[in-house]
Design a protein around this ligand. Structure first.
Ligand code: HEC
Length: 95
């Protein structure tokens, strides 16, 4: 019985950590597939660490009004990645 619980714990841990990595990866993918349609990521990388979350939210909203193809969840996800420290975004920008 105890063995079953231990296995359950490890499976849970694995699912949790891979889900996290996936979300981060998703952000870089969103930038290269949805944002770079119109301009290089340098436009985005330049502003990393300079904009607060609410300012990023406005920027992403502006891009959507220009025609960026992002649903509400994707917009929220990007705002979180761009305003928070995200290794995936810093890797993408080479910072
Ligand atoms: C439909 C075309 C289009 C798409 C797609 C697009 N942008 Fe833009 N973006 C623009 C244009 C046009 C400008 C320059 C006008 C301006 O500064 O508002 C710009 C400027 C910017 C700037 C610099 C100006 C500022 O407000 O800081 C940032 C940052 C930016 N975009 C981020 C993004 C992000 C993040 C995405 C993906 C979610 C994205 N863009 C997708 C058209 C687009």
């Amino acid at each position: 019985m105890l063995g079953g619980r231990i296995i359950f714990f490890f499976v849970g841990l694995f699912v949790f950590s891979s889900a996290n990595a996936g979300a981060d990866e998703e952000c870089a993918k969103l930038i290269t597939t949805r944002c770079e349609v119109c301009h290089y990521k340098t436009r985005i990388c330049e502003s990393l660490g300079k904009k607060s979350k609410s300012v990023w939210k406005r920027t992403v909203g502006n891009m959507v009004s220009y025609g960026a193809q992002l649903n509400k969840d994707e917009q929220q996800q990007l705002v979180d990645c761009l305003s928070g420290p995200s290794t995936d975004i810093t890797d993408l920008c080479g910072k």
